[in-house]
Design a protein around this ligand. Structure first.
Ligand SMILES: [Zn+2]
Length: 75
């Protein structure tokens, strides 16, 4: 849980500082958001649908990419 919490903190910081505008513009134009691999130590990110829960990580080879909206329970 500690690893997950630290990753959530990083995601929150990214969402709050800097990438919010980018995220909003991307969401508005293409209906995709920046998904993040939830595996510890993996920084893989990719465009996913806002409700993505279990997208494919090309680094880990696992279905661990989640939309931040899913991670934070916003949808
Ligand atoms: Zn990964």
């Amino acid at each position: 849980m500690e690893l997950l919490e630290s990753k959530e903190k990083i995601l929150l910081e990214e969402l709050c500082c800097g990438s919010t505008e980018e995220m909003l513009s991307v969401s508005a134009s293409d209906s995709v958001v920046l998904g993040v691999c939830m595996n510890a130590g993996c920084d893989y990110t990719t465009d996913v649908e806002p409700d993505c829960d279990g997208g494919h990580c090309e680094v880990c080879g696992t279905s661990t990419v989640k939309s931040p909206l899913v991670i934070f329970g916003l949808i």
